[in-house]
Design a protein around this ligand. Structure first.
Ligand code: ZN
Length: 412
């Protein structure tokens, strides 16, 4: 059986790891920067060496194409993103691009020409570090964003996407980012799990069922300011105490009721006036609620609302809750999931179904194509951190499954 070349995978990933802004032991390669361009040029060079025809689109996604026997057929796409968060690990996104590139190399070495063209894709700005908009590259592919958004999207320094694109532009062949449904047969993304489940259950591969529903809320608590030393404890309308009580009750509720099926995160917590000798008059915090089931997210949102009323009464404050966004879960394609399963079995590897708690380009690509994802283990679930690690052997196993999956999709 054909196996991925682990030495080659490792060399590509380690070379890319070194293409980074100076940072604290990790990798920083943010979309539309000179470092990002350097990383992209390295990958393009690797794609050409593998015999692929390289094109870049007008938003900065790159493609390495391995022509199929029948150019009329829609293409099979595989890849992930090439940008990172600040001080990231070396695997998030990059692993999926390099695995797809390795599949193309394996096909060529075995003299296999697929019926469909295989396109190895590297998406730009999935992490949203440059413009605060996640999944930017793939959203231009599906048409959710268009050239009309070039002047609307800007970064913290006030530079627009149009400005950045001018500075970033390439001399290479450039095609329009937008792809039409029907031109893509399937999109398949390998990614590290970014969680500890596969490692804990000793599974080789995670087959993603869906990418979770995400509800985001802001909670505003209005109390009454006062002197820390003169207002008796029983006469206060302390927004900080009420906010903390509510935050603790909500967290405990999710731990007790949905220990494995939902998450609730309070990532921002702000008190006003914010001085040591003042009773807080305002407390504002965010809630990020995720689950593979939209109904669970909705149920937690209802609980947030009812518990807010309860805590407001108990603490003599006013509490407002606002639902700022709600994203439905995105189901991965059933046929492709079945194909990944049989590819795992052929490779003699164990697998388990799972939800993805993080968003991925695959959820955007699912809007114009069949899409699926396979996860490979990630040591201790550490991610967005310099210590992020996919053991090389697991990287090889994941690539073997991807190779077999793509062969099967070609015959579909
Ligand atoms: Zn990623």
């Amino acid at each position: 059986m054909t196996m991925a070349n682990i030495t080659r995978l490792r060399k590509n990933i380690e070379t890319l790891k070194a293409i980074s802004e100076p940072c604290n032991g990790g990798v920083t390669r943010i979309g539309f920067t000179p470092k990002y361009r350097e990383g992209v040029e390295y990958i393009k060079c690797q794609m050409r060496e593998a015999g692929l025809d390289v094109v870049e689109d007008d938003i900065g996604n790159i493609y390495g194409r391995l022509a199929g026997k029948n150019p009329q057929l829609p293409a099979i796409l595989s890849g992930s993103h090439l940008d990172t968060v600040r001080n990231a690990g070396a695997f998030d996104g990059i692993a999926g691009v390099i695995a797809a590139l390795e599949v193309a190399r394996m096909l060529r070495e075995n003299n296999i020409q697929l019926d469909h063209t295989l396109e190895v894709v590297g998406f730009i700005e999935e992490e949203g570090t440059q413009f605060g908009i996640v999944l930017l590259g793939s959203r231009f592919i599906t048409g959710e964003f268009t050239e009309e958004d070039y002047d609307r999207i800007s970064n913290e320094s006030g530079e627009t996407l149009r400005d950045r694109l001018q500075a970033y532009s390439s001399d290479n062949k450039v095609i329009p980012a937008r792809r039409q449904p029907g031109t893509i047969k399937a999109f398949i993304e390998l990614h590290d799990e970014q969680g500890p489940l596969l490692e804990n259950t000793h599974s080789d591969i995670g087959i993603v069922d869906n990418i979770v529903a995400i509800g985001q809320m802001v909670v505003n608590v209005h109390g009454f300011a006062g002197h820390a030393g003169t207002v008796p404890m029983t006469m206060r309308q302390d927004a900080g105490v009420a906010g903390n009580l509510l935050a603790t009750r909500l967290t405990q509720y999710v731990i007790d009721r949905y220990p494995e099926t939902a998450t609730l995160t309070i990532g921002k917590f702000h008190l006003e006036p914010g001085s040591a000798n003042c009773i807080p008059c305002e407390c504002r915090f965010t809630l990020d609620i995720r689950s593979g089931k939209a109904a669970i997210v909705q149920e937690i949102i209802s609980y947030v609302q009812s518990e807010s009323i309860e805590v407001a009464r108990h603490c003599s404050v006013a509490i407002e809750t606002e639902e700022t966004s709600f994203k439905e879960p995105v189901e991965m394609d059933g046929t492709l999931k079945g194909i990944i399963k049989s590819a795992c079995e052929e490779c003699n590897l164990t697998w388990q179904p799972m939800s993805s708690g993080a968003g991925h380009d695959a959820m955007i690509m699912a809007g114009i194509s069949r899409a699926a994802m396979l996860f490979v283990p990630c040591v201790q679930g550490i991610t967005h951190h310099p210590a992020e690690c996919i053991p090389w052997e697991d990287m090889g196993k994941g690539t073997d499954v991807l190779y077999n999956t793509i062969l099967k999709i070609d015959r579909l």
